[in-house]
Design a protein around this ligand. Structure first.
Ligand code: GDP
Ligand code: MG
Length: 202
């Protein structure tokens, strides 16, 4: 049987720059106030191996990311530094390893209706320069691919969030043991999800 939509889970990680900049509370409060439930959380320092496993859970990620990056250069009228998508992704992955291992990361699982899509909306697009105003990346980061490429590093975009339900399942599995995910009730869920809002007035 399929899970009820209100049980959808997504993986979120506050990257080292988010922790260094003291934005943990600000970022978490955005997921809390929309009505999502925090069901797992841990601060860890990851190694390069974990970073590579995380980004390559989707066997197509290397190709897709390389092609997307090339398309990004072409859309700006720029010549891509390399023509092979996989060679471009190899550089991106090396930079991601340095970025993600540079300090602690706060790994979390958030649960609730449409958790994956709601969190992606709140986080905003990957490149902070064009992330929507009001999104976490749009509100708190001024980075861009132009700047990060010029300095040979990853774009600093504060947060990772799963891109799809399938990706979320794989990522949660990679970052957490089943017993680290807590099953509990939030009183507010009755207001968010109950079919009849009765029993409030005495
Ligand atoms: P996310 O799910 O929004 O984090 O984005 P992706 O899964 O598509 O990409 C993962 C990471 O790869 C990003 O956080 C960037 O560090 C890097 N990346 C993705 N696309 C590009 C690009 O066009 N140029 C560069 N330089 N890096 C990119
Ligand atoms: Mg992604």
């Amino acid at each position: 049987m399929n899970k009820h939509p209100k049980k959808e889970q997504t993986f979120v990680a506050i990257k080292p720059d988010g922790i260094e900049r003291g934005l943990v509370g600000e970022i978490i409060s955005r997921f809390e106030r929309v009505g999502l439930k925090l069901v797992a959380m841990k601060m860890i320092v990851v190694d390069e191996h974990q970073v590579e496993k995380h980004y390559t859970l989707d066997p197509e990620w290397r190709r897709i990311t390389g092609e997307k990056t090339i398309a990004g250069y072409l859309s700006k009228g720029l010549k891509p530094p390399l023509e092979d998508p996989l060679a471009i992704t190899a550089i991106i992955l090396e930079n991601l390893k340095k970025y993600m291992t540079s300090g602690p990361v706060l790994a979390m699982v958030w649960e609730g209706a449409h958790a994956v899509a709601i969190v992606r909306k709140l986080v905003g697009g990957t490149e902070p320069l064009v992330s929507d105003v009001g999104s976490i990346r749009g509100d708190f980061v001024l980075d861009s691919y132009t700047m990060s490429d010029a300095d040979g590093r990853s774009v600093r975009n504060l947060v990772h969030a799963s891109g799809s339900v399938a990706e979320a399942e794989k990522e949660i599995n990679l970052w957490f043991k089943a017993e680290e995910i807590i099953n509990y009730r939030l009183v507010a869920e009755e207001i968010l999800y109950d079919v009849n809002l009765d029993g409030i007035l005495e």
